[in-house]
Write a new protein. Sequence first.
Length: 365
Amino acid sequence: MITVRFSETAEEDLAFSLSPLLEAVHSWHVLTAPGHHALHVPWVRRCRRLPAALRRLLREHSFVVADHIPALFESLADDHDADFTEQLAAVRALPPAQLAAELSETLVDTTRYRGPDLIEDAVTRDAALAELRQTDSARAARLSDVLTDPLPVLEGVLTALGDYWSAAFAAEWERVEPTLHQAIAHAGQQIAHQGVLPMLRTLVPQIRVDPGRRTLRLDRPHHHDIAVTRARPVTFTPSHYVWPHVRVTCDAPWPLRITYPAPPLAPASAARPASQAETLTALRALAAAPRLQIVSCLAAQSRSTQELATLLGLSQSVVSRHLQQLTQAGLTTTRREGYYVLYSLDPARLTRIAAALTGLATPRD
């Protein structure tokens, strides 16, 4: 269990930051287990179009992001001027012992073996390697390489990450960064008007907030009890791709950080008039909260029934019925992409409906 305690003046001990490197790493994690990340199916589908050699490279080094994401990727995460290249360079500049400690935690059960222990204690190191050889010889060989000389292992990981950024994620970062800034602005407004605890309650179910004790708790296999102070502030980092997880960094020498899911990416709109019958049909289709929520989700991007069910907390059969009504009203269209049937809004129809409604408010001579 991780417990984070906030003082009465905790607003002074908080910070927010964004990190292109950390976001790229979280999106790479999504690719390692797409079945657990229903909201990010569109990204998984897009990455299937990456060159085969790059996809092989990402799979080969996916051990570093598949489960435990090492804190080394948080290098320069609090430097608002640092770009992806500068953050990558900061990772390369870390001391070898620190790199070995971080990378080893991606390969062994961190509830039993801690990275620093593997580095400093030969008995612990040999026990971890022996256990790993019995279950996964390839992983054991990689752990041995990390403990002997972590730099070549790290270089392979960072090469894969750099190629991934250039081929795919640099453009994706341009898309998600404005929304993450909006998430920070919204959190700041909430803290300014209501204090820290209401903002914390908006995070995710894994986080439990006790207003009386002014604590935040997360179920984790290791135990920490941390007081947030001016000397040890906490930084909140919103992320699109961390969903459905909350990641907490609380081990020295890294600063205290909570990386949390930002709200889903938001829509955009447009404007021209529909007939009275068309407008009436559309309004009837929209006259239910779940269908309005579906339209809001589809405004951001095309989605499958599975994604929408996850977003809205409804069963897939219920979502299918609502989608059928929206499609019959001409508000949504479908297309098949591999295994998935994707639903999209019909922008032309929505433009006509919006224009018709706007016309009702326009004074006539």
